[in-house]
Design a protein around this ligand. Structure first.
Ligand SMILES: Nc1ncnc2c1ncn2[C@@H]1O[C@H](COP(=O)(O)OP(=O)(O)OP(=O)(O)O)[C@@H](O)[C@H]1O
Length: 247
């Protein structure tokens, strides 16, 4: 897809974030476009999770700007922040489900928090639809303890999808899964995009996942974007640092 400023959904400019004397993000400038999967690569501790936490204002940035749709996050008011958060689904690394509730309970909890006006029948229809989208319609009455790691990831994604987010932030979606299940989750990320037309930022160290899902890649090094480009440009790069991720 052509990348014009018209289809920019998140625009990050010169973003800085420090913890004490550690400058974790030191001038990140990056855009996410509609309907694209942007993979963020970088070694452990380079600030990838800090970056996506700044995007949902779980962390406050020190300098620079983050624009999500029409909203600038610096000094955003509570009401606008709620609107931004409704647009963004965040799939945490260890996305925990409520252990004492069934899958249905976990999903209906999110839906009823989103709007009190949903009827029970509406909630049920939505839950069935979303569970079909993640390939687990039969898990509806299961407890989280009965689910495998891969199934938990799928239900975590279902919980993110029930609120119909325009943007999904995936923090290491395949970590801890075997290669076959990882591959299924990578496919699911693509299927989700095809079905719901969302844009995503995906943080991962799993190069097979990168190869499957990336429309574009941004690599972070020393708190800055070291390189941006498509998969081919990364694979064919003769930069040793970049190659160390792909070999
Ligand atoms: N709330 C916090 N307070 C203090 N330091 C923090 C906080 N959050 C993150 N950091 C530090 O920021 C640095 C970057 O962390 P971050 O989790 O973003 O790395 P990452 O690139 O996502 O790493 P990984 O690939 O291992 O998940 C680390 O040194 C971490 O200790």
């Amino acid at each position: 897809m052509e990348k014009t400023t018209d289809n920019v959904i998140i625009s990050i400019k010169d973003l800085k974030k420090s913890f004490g004397s550690q400058n974790i993000l030191d001038g990140i400038t990056l855009e996410l476009h509609e309907k694209e999967n942007l993979v963020v690569l970088g070694k452990s501790g380079s600030g990838k999770s800090v970056l996506i936490k700044c995007i949902v204002s779980l962390l406050q940035h020190d300098e620079g700007s983050i624009q999500v749709g029409p909203h600038e996050l610096t000094d955003i008011n509570e009401e606008d922040l709620m609107e931004v958060r409704r647009k963004i689904g965040f799939l945490f690394q260890g996305a925990a489900l409520y252990d004492s509730m069934t899958v249905r309970g976990n999903l209906s909890f999110v839906l009823s928090r989103l709007s009190e006006s949903f009827s029970e029948a509406e909630i049920n229809t939505k839950i069935v639809e979303i569970l079909e989208s993640v390939g687990l319609p039969d898990a509806i009455d299961q407890m989280p303890s009965e689910l495998s790691g891969g199934m938990k990831k799928r239900i975590g994604l279902a919980r993110t999808l029930v609120v119909n987010p325009k943007i999904i932030l995936y923090d290491e979606p395949t970590t801890g899964l075997d290669p076959i299940t990882s591959n299924e989750i990578s496919n699911l990320i693509n299927e989700t995009k095809a079905k719901f037309n969302n844009a995503s930022i995906i943080i991962t160290h799993d190069i097979n996942c990168v190869k499957k899902v990336a429309d574009r890649i941004a690599m972070i090094k020393d708190g800055k974007v070291y390189k941006q480009g498509n998969l081919e440009e990364f694979i064919n790069s003769d930069d040793d640092y970049i190659q160390s991720f792909f070999k």
